[in-house]
Design a protein around this ligand. Structure first.
Ligand SMILES: C[S@@+](CC[C@H](N)C(=O)[O-])C[C@H]1O[C@@H](n2cnc3c(N)ncnc32)[C@H](O)[C@@H]1O
Length: 385
């Protein structure tokens, strides 16, 4: 249908709803809306079968074909655009009529696509089993008000994750280690994300809190995802992983735990890392610089500077290992104070420059060494998978 091609091609479609299925169609309703996955413009089709809801993410071309097909199997469709709503009705004899009605929502589609919350991978109000099992949403998919920060963080994490996927071959299995996974909100989110986008992923959550992991494993079994998502009780340094990880995640793991995750990447040659450092104390008392003494005099200021230097050294160490590195805002500061993410993926070109910069920064702050550098030096030559 020319109208569909025009709306999809021109990014004019705010939403499409297909209802009143023909006799043989087991899907009772489809809601389709534009969605940003990272920077990619996609459409998400939400299909209802009885009380079950499932999702498909489609490229624009796939979305156009999907809609054409849906017009054959549903008798009613409404295509919402900022200019008008198109009501497409098919009579019992198969005669199709298209009515134009005033727009339900005259807001431009571009604004909706850039509105982060409306384009979340796991939108509010759409049932997603793991979110409900972990108590983030109710059974109908509505976010509990007290869990909104976690909900925002989960969606932002998925956005940040999509950006590292280009370093993996399209059919490459992702072996993911989530170090310091805690209650595994983000671990479950990765499993649901990769399942939905059809990528093979084996995910292992690692934490020292065995009883918490036992609960996570029970939830994974209940959700039927235990084959893709497992948990190991142990330390980031020593946990024996079932597979050599090619993607390493360590989010809000305390103090030098972020460094231990980088050391595991050095030992295994992971292709990408997503790290959100937390409560780092190591350099608080060792930074020295006469010219910067006023910045180091007051406790709160000293902590902030130490955090900045620590994360910069981590970024440089990752660059010296051959990664391209970005330091980004994880969750907006209004949702949590722990809002920095270090994202690294293979393909960096600053190895030698980073080595020189590490040496210069250490000299500047009179540092003889630091935990990450010392640990990497120690594992060189060892096989720590
Ligand atoms: C603040 S929680 C973060 C949980 C989860 N990653 C998140 O962001 O929602 C930090 C977790 O890291 C774990 N952890 C800290 N250091 C660790 C280490 N060296 N080895 C294993 N787990 C560690 C703690 O037990 C805790 O569960």
């Amino acid at each position: 249908m020319e109208l569909i091609q025009k709306l999809i091609g021109g990014k004019m479609l705010q939403k499409a709803v297909f209802s009143a299925p023909d006799g043989q169609n087991e899907i009772s309703r489809v809601d389709l809306r534009p969605l940003l996955i990272g920077s990619a413009y996609r459409y998400q089709a939400e299909e209802r079968r009885g009380t079950q809801v499932s999702h498909k993410n489609l490229t624009p071309a796939e979305a156009a074909s999907y809609m054409e097909l849906s017009l054959l199997t549903f008798r009613n469709a409404v295509l919402f655009t900022p200019d008008c709503d198109y009501h497409i009705i098919k009579s019992k004899k198969g005669k199709v009529s298209v009515l134009r009605k005033p727009p339900s929502n005259p807001e431009p589609v571009e604004a909706r696509a850039h509105d982060r919350e409306k384009n979340y991978f796991f939108p509010d109000g759409v049932h997603e089993e793991f979110l409900s099992a972990l108590g983030i949403t109710d059974a109908r998919g509505h976010v509990h008000p007290t869990r909104r920060n976690k909900f925002v963080q989960i969606n932002r994490f998925i956005e940040l994750l999509t950006n590292v996927l280009d370093v993996f071959d399209i059919d490459e299995t992702l072996n993911i280690a989530d170090f310091g996974c805690g209650k595994a909100y983000l671990t479950f989110a990765m499993e649901a994300f990769f399942r939905r986008v059809g990528r093979e992923a084996r995910i292992t959550g690692v934490d020292v809190k065995g009883p918490v992991l036992d609960e996570c494993a029970k939830i994974a079994a209940r959700l039927g995802v235990g084959g893709r998502l497992g948990f190991i009780s142990g330390t980031i340094q020593n946990a024996a992983l079932p597979n050599k990880p090619n993607l390493i995640v360590a989010l809000h793991a305390c103090d030098t735990a972020t460094d231990d995750a980088i050391v595991r990447a050095a030992a295994t040659g992971a292709k990408a890392l997503l790290l959100a450092p937390c409560c780092q104390h190591e350099l608080q008392h060792s930074l020295q610089n006469a010219a910067l003494e006023p910045l180091l005099r007051y406790g709160v200021q000293r902590d902030k500077l130490a955090t900045l230097v620590t994360d910069t050294l981590r970024a440089l160490v990752l660059e010296s290992m051959g990664y391209q590195v970005e330091v980004l805002e994880f969750t907006p500061a209004e949702h949590t104070a722990k809002n920095v993410m270090i994202r690294a993926k293979a393909g960096g070109t600053r190895k030698q420059r980073a080595i020189d910069e590490i040496a210069a920064l250490m000299k500047h702050f009179d540092l003889e060494g630091f935990y990450l550098l010392n640990s990497i030096a120690k594992i060189k030559g060892q096989n720590l998978t």
